[in-house]
Ligand binder design. Structure first.
Ligand code: CA
Length: 226
């Protein structure tokens, strides 16, 4: 998933970004309210992690503004404000969920999954199959003929992105946005390198489902079971 983290605390922000990237998410991190608004206006995020106490503009004000303008991006408030009245205000302002700091990282991940399940985004169920690839998203596993593919977090994220819309071309720009983030170098061929690696692993595992190249357009996953 492509996530936006709006958080002014350096320690929490760095830890959350690192942890979420380790889970295979693409994470852009901004540190004040104005940057958060600009990022959502200019990007297509699957979910926003929003602190409330932010420099330049309060998180609650930002969230009310998005909802008033019909911006439906799922928002998980992550804040130290723990009073019941704060939680109610956050949910009433249009948040999808609310997590109080300090939090256990496993709970953050579980809440992300829950928000995505409830969301109106194009998404796949927790476990699903594309051709002879079986995805177990909670465990980040892809099973082929009973064996889990040995995938890195980013290889998994790339394969999952293609699998969410099989037989549909994903361009390099779209893949970069959703699987990489501000670490992506548009002049590099890193996406092509990852696709080659995935193809090798699929081939070694005997998968019939394959990643096809659409010249000048991008890549698509073609489901097959034989
Ligand atoms: Ca803060």
């Amino acid at each position: 998933m492509r996530l936006l983290l709006v958080e002014d605390d350096s320690m929490i922000g760095a830890a959350a970004q690192q942890g979420l990237r380790h889970e295979g998410h693409s994470v852009d991190w901004v540190r004040d309210g104005h940057q958060g608004e600009a990022a959502v206006a200019g990007g297509s995020y699957d979910l926003v992690l929003l602190d409330l106490g932010l420099p330049r503009k309060d998180g609650l004000t930002i969230l009310r503004g998005w909802r008033a303008r019909g911006i439906k991006v799922p928002v998980l408030i992550v804040t130290a404000r723990d009073a019941v009245s704060d939680r109610v205000a956050g949910l009433d302002a249009g948040a999808d969920d609310y997590l109080v700091k300090p939090f256990d990282f496993r709970e953050l991940l579980a809440r992300l999954r829950a928000v995505m399940r409830r969301g109106n985004l194009p998404r796949a169920p927790d476990d699903f199959s594309v051709g002879d690839l079986h995805f177990e998203t909670a465990g980040h596993r892809v099973v082929v003929h009973g064996e889990a593919l040995p995938l890195t977090a980013r290889e998994y994220a790339l394969l999952l992105h293609l699998a969410r819309r099989p037989r549909t071309v994903a361009g390099r720009g779209e893949i970069a946005e959703h699987v990489w983030d501000d670490r992506y170098d548009p002049l590099s061929n890193v996406i092509d390198v990852y696709v080659q690696r995935l193809r090798r692993k699929l081939s070694v595992a005997g998968a019939a489902t394959e990643i096809r190249t659409r010249r000048g357009e991008g890549y698509e996953l073609m489901p097959s079971t034989s």
